[in-house]
Unconditional design. Structure first.
Length: 167
């Protein structure tokens, strides 16, 4: 991916369908998760022929947070660069979750895990919590998500892959 650079504050446009788009912003690099990009995807849908101000986009409600590789999504054409804005919101309260119960062979998938760990961006350690309770139930899946699955979640509100649930 030589020649493609992304930096904190970059905003990207994602085509949702033939007449609509949404946006997300690169807000951090998480050393806890292979120094991957952390994005915040915004809820609001815009007409494909409107180019809103970046300051308006980032004031919108956050749909979700995720780890991904923004350069790869650019290279593959899943999104386009829309500019950069310094305001990335607050990142210290974003929680991610993971479990070793994911990634089993087909037919052996664990549907509900009670074996969770959580972390915040650039935490030094994962915190093993077992069952997800309280604020940890709001934690986002912390795997590095492929670009097409980011687009799918922006379109539908859920991911297109199997991952254990917590209830």
């Amino acid at each position: 991916m030589a020649g493609i650079t992304t930096k904190i504050g970059d905003v990207f446009s994602v085509k949702i369908d033939d007449s609509h788009k949404k946006y997300f912003q690169l807000i951090a690099f998480d050393i806890t998760q292979m120094n991957s990009d952390v994005i915040r995807a915004f809820e609001k849908t815009y007409s494909i022929d409107i180019t809103p101000e970046l300051s308006e986009i980032i004031k919108g409600e956050v749909q979700f947070y995720a780890h991904c590789v923004t350069k790869l999504g650019l290279k593959m054409g899943y999104w386009e660069s829309a500019g950069n804005i310094r305001d990335i919101g607050t990142t210290e309260n974003i929680i991610f979750r993971g479990t070793n119960d994911s990634g089993t062979k087909p037919g052996e998938q664990i549907k509900v895990s009670h074996n969770w760990y959580v972390w915040k961006i650039n935490d030094n350690d994962f915190t093993r919590v077992g069952k997800l309770k309280g604020e940890n139930r709001n934690a986002e899946i912390g795997s590095i998500i492929p670009p097409d699955s980011i687009v799918y979640r922006m379109q539908t509100g859920k991911y297109d892959f199997v991952y254990p649930d917590f209830e």
